[in-house]
Each structure stands twice: as C-alpha cells, then as structure tokens.
Design a binder for this molecule. Sequence first.
Ligand SMILES: *Cc1c(COP(=O)(O)O)cnc(C)c1O
Length: 237
Amino acid sequence: MDLKENIAKVRAELDAAARAAGRDPSGITLLAATKTQSRETIRAAIRAGVTACGENRVQELTAHLAEDAYEGAQVHFIGHLQTNKVKYVVGKVALIHSVSSEKLLRAIADRADALGLVQDILLEVNLAGEQSKSGFAPEEALGAARLAASLEGVRLRGLMCIPPRAARPGDNLPYFQKLSRLAVDITREMLDNSIDMDVLSMGMSGDYADAVAAGSTCVRVGSALFGPRPPMSSTHD
Ligand SMILES: *Cc1c(COP(=O)(O)O)cnc(C)c1O
C-alpha cells in the first residue's frame, strides 16, 4: 500500500466531484478514519497531508492521544459512544460526529459544562431506519437540534450519517441528498437560534464522490487510504 498515492488519488477524486457539483474543493475535509491503524501509520498519513483523523473507539483514541499520534492534525470522534465514556472524549476532540441519542447529548453537554468548555458536535441520523445502527430517526432530528441549542456545553455544527453499504455507485446518493435537505430544513426551522450548521459528515471509501455531489463537507475515509482492515471484534467498544 502506498499511503501517499492513496491520499493523492482520493483527494483528486474529491476535488473532481466538487468541481463537477460547482463546489469549492477546499470546502471538503478528507477525514482519515484511523481505526485499527498504528501510531506510525497515523503519523505517516499526517505527514502526507491528512489534516483530520477520525477515531471510532475510545480505547484507541486514548492510546493514540497518549502517544501524540495526531500531532499536526485534528482528531474527531466518529464511532458509537456510550454515555459512561464521554469523559474520555469531551474536550479531547475537535468534533464528535456520532451523537445518536438525547441521553448522550445531555451527557456530553454536562461533561463540557464541568470542564468549562463548549464541545462541537454533529447529530447522527439513521436515514434508512437500520436496526443495527445508532442515530436519530430523521423526524427526531429537529427535536434533538432544539435540545442541543438549549444546552450551553455543546455547539451543534451539523449532521452525520452512515448509510447502508453501497452495492453500486450511486446507491447512496438518495440518502446523502436526504441528509442535505434535513440540514437545510433544520436550519430554516431554527433561524431564531442562529445555529451554524455548516458540517455534513457523509461519504466513506465506497461512496465519497456521491456524498460530495450531494453536499458533503467531510468524508470519512478508511480503507481507500489505508487498505483493507482486519475484521474488528466489535463495532462498539
Ligand atoms: C470505518 C469508518 C469509516 C471509514 O470506512 P471505510 O469504508 O473504510 O472508508 C467511516 N465512518 C465511520 C463511522 C467508520 O466507522
């Protein structure tokens, strides 16, 4: 695997997809999904131009933070987060993408309050109603956004989704368009709260070009950069 080459290839495809959609390529963050990667690989990715890393598991985040793996880049949390683990994440990452319940939202805000900081967050939306996945149902998202706006410890920056694995190019485009529309609708409904929902976290190795076509500002890419991963023992840690 040639990390540099992979990064250049994905970045070129993102830029082309942005231009095809009449968008500025600089508005799209390539977030490296670094689950199971070593500190050395993460550092090599950052040296090769990666500006943001996304971690899935609290344990890996904590270990990599302790060994300064992310120096020179931002780190985000993108995985399933349990309420009892927010203390390992709040204040330690630039953005939590995966806020999937009101209980978790309140726990993050409480922890941020206790630390005297404001945590940037996204709401995860389960667009396909998949039982196996976390996230707010689309019709719950506005209520969750209103709750976020009422909590001092969090700043709502946008929405995130993990659609079903695409079988063919284009399969997930309708989901991405739906998330874009939902963000617009929520912003319109909440004009009084002057929220700044400028982040749409959507698109992975199999579908990032479609996500950019639909307005993604942050694609989370793992295997297209680092190669195939060994199977994980669990997606929840
Ligand atoms: C692993 C992961 C990704 C990246 O997946 P790839 O298909 O390897 O690009 C993106 N988002 C989340 C939440 C992930 O867990």
